[in-house]
Design a protein around this ligand. Structure first.
Ligand SMILES: Cc1cc2nc3c(=O)[nH]c(=O)nc-3n(C[C@H](O)[C@H](O)[C@H](O)COP(=O)(O)O)c2cc1C
Length: 175
């Protein structure tokens, strides 16, 4: 059984609920990234926007376990201004040399998840194993739960699989 850590950043609580449900469905451990500086009100929202527009890396605190002690890490984060939320960018950037395989769950109003996955791939130098996205309304009405469970099952299967594809299978010309 693979050891999987779920690392979440959440500003208003939706991503945290997603991470908590995933952990309770799969029995995985959860750890949280928090802002080093309080983020609230109109200025808080402006900071979110600026961090996305200028790809800034705000100061964060992370007191969770070391990701490299796990077989994979699931990153759960909101989308701001069509981009990865700044605090998750800070986490990935800071830990990129010590991250195991990564999977991504984006939480959003409706647009931007592919940009977050692409940024994480660029920062880590590896394509995430798996990614998915949920809207805030899907989380609020609970309709995301089955898809989240399927995501967890698929990630476990991907990590537990020992299958190796030989180059000959991928390219008939090498046969
Ligand atoms: C400043 C700001 C910008 C946002 N930009 C987007 C966006 O571009 N696309 C989108 O789908 N949702 C956007 N949202 C909605 C958030 O993705 C949504 O509120 C978030 O997923 C909630 O997660 P949380 O409760 O874990 O913080 C934005 C929210 C804020 C506060």
């Amino acid at each position: 059984m693979s050891k999987i850590l779920v690392v979440v950043y959440s500003h208003t609580g939706t991503s945290r609920r997603v991470a908590e449900l995933l952990c309770s469905q799969r029995g995985w451990r959860m750890a949280e990234i928090v802002d080093a500086r309080r983020r609230s009100g109109v200025f808080g929202n402006l900071r979110c926007l600026c961090e996305s527009l200028f790809k800034l890396r705000p100061a964060i605190r992370y007191d969770g376990p070391l990701p490299h002690d796990f077989d994979a890490v699931v990153l759960v984060s909101p989308i701001w201004a069509l981009q990865l939320a700044g605090p998750m960018r800070s986490f990935v950037e800071r830990r990129r040399d010590h991250l195991p395989d990564v999977a991504v769950v984006s939480v959003m109003g409706g647009q931007g998840a592919p940009n977050a996955v692409a940024e994480i791939a660029r920062l880590t130098g590896r394509t995430p194993l798996l990614s998915t996205a949920f809207t805030v309304s899907e989380v609020d009405d609970g309709s995301y739960a089955a898809r989240l469970e399927a995501f967890g099952v698929a990630l476990n299967a991907a990590k537990d699989s020992k299958a190796v594809v030989q180059p000959v299978t991928l390219s008939p010309q090498t046969a």
